[in-house]
Design a protein around this ligand. Structure first.
Ligand code: BGC
Length: 345
């Protein structure tokens, strides 16, 4: 009897050990795949100054979820809400708004990427702004440490200009070290210098032993099509460029993405397409063709993606009028339940 009890306990113990060791750790590749279809949002919204005056409402997360999106990349312009007179503390109201937004996203089961979007400030004078950059991540890393695994950090969107590839490798390593103190396993998204360009991936150097990193690239090629009429890149007069989806044009996207995939394979890192899209000054039918082609090309590589952007110049949703820009939604999610009958493919 005693020996039976002994073997009974032994079996339970062995089962627990085997089950425990078989439970896989959250694997970055798996996590990156599960991100699914996402959208960038909130960069220029007044919600950061006042919830009431902001165009963004929590119901937009419900719309996104219903449409078939699974994640949001929240673009944060936080530097103006910090001051070095009090050790770079973030304004309490700004942090409250951030919490309110994260809660609303998680409630809809949307995964969240917190993307620091102060790339222009850091690009202009990296050394002068480094302290604030690191202070921001020290604060957020502390503030969000209890958040579920579905909240990820992206230390900086599109490092560029004077924040060279070499400098960026060092800045990122320092930010990551700070993040890891309180978030040892949280997924962190990082992209190469030169505006997260695929041509600069080979210059990205990552801490080899940190396997919870997801590598991001942005894709706006051909730039003369996607940025026609865009004043912020001095193209306000350069209009009328089409994208017809010829075999050659589609092959160019595939060639570019194959290059990224090869880098990912060689370096054993998962890839995430963090931004793509075409500005509203381009012809809408061409934008639809292009957006669909890029989204499908990413999906064929097995990558998750995030469209630039929810509302604004590249909008998939017109928040002022309260309706979807259906050609763009259809391009992103062809069978979206939010498409009206006339817009269904
Ligand atoms: C920038 C936006 C810009 C977009 C496309 C983003 O990373 O923050 O200002 O509209 O890229 O150029």
């Amino acid at each position: 009897m005693d020996s039976m009890r002994f073997w009974g306990w032994m079996c339970i113990f062995l089962f627990a050990v085997v089950a425990g060791s078989a439970a896989p750790e959250a694997d970055a590749f798996d996590q990156a795949r599960k991100l699914g279809r996402g959208v960038n949002l909130l960069s220029y919204d007044r919600v950061w100054e006042s919830r009431e005056r902001g165009r963004f409402k929590p119901k937009h997360f419900q719309l996104l979820k219903n449409a078939g999106f699974s994640r949001v990349r929240i673009n944060l312009y936080s530097f103006r809400h910090m001051s070095n007179t009090n050790g770079w503390a973030l304004e309490a109201q700004w942090l409250d708004t951030l919490d309110w937004i994260i809660d609303a996203a998680l409630e809809q089961k949307l995964k969240v990427i917190l993307d620091l979007h102060e790339f222009a400030v850091l690009g202009k004078d990296p050394a002068a702004n480094k302290e604030q950059f690191l202070a921001f991540w020290r604060l957020i890393s502390d503030h969000c440490q209890k958040r579920p695994d579905d909240v990820w950090f992206e230390p900086l969107n599109e490092p560029s200009e004077k924040l060279t590839e070499e400098l960026w490798n060092g800045y990122f390593a320092e930010a990551l070290k700070i993040i890891r103190e309180k978030n040892p396993k949280r997924m962190v998204v990082v992209g190469p210098g030169h505006w997260n360009s695929i041509d600069h991936l080979h210059e990205l150097v990552l801490p080899e032993n940190d396997r919870n990193l997801i590598v991001t690239v942005h894709y706006y090629q051909p730039f003369e099509f996607t940025h026609q009429g865009a004043a912020w890149v001095n193209r306000q007069d350069k209009l009328g460029v089409s994208w017809d989806g010829t075999t050659e044009q589609r092959a160019a996207i595939k060639r570019d993405f194959d290059k990224v995939a090869a880098w990912g394979k060689k370096n054993n890192r998962p890839i995430f397409l963090g931004e793509f899209g075409a500005y509203e000054k381009a012809d809408i039918a061409a934008r639809e063709r292009y957006t669909a082609a890029v989204a499908r090309a990413a999906e064929e590589q097995g990558w998750s993606w995030a469209y630039w952007e929810f509302n604004g110049g590249f909008a998939v949703y017109d928040a002022r009028q309260g309706k979807w820009v259906e050609p763009i939604l259809r391009a992103l999610i062809p069978r979206s339940p939010e498409l009206s009958d006339v817009a269904k493919p």
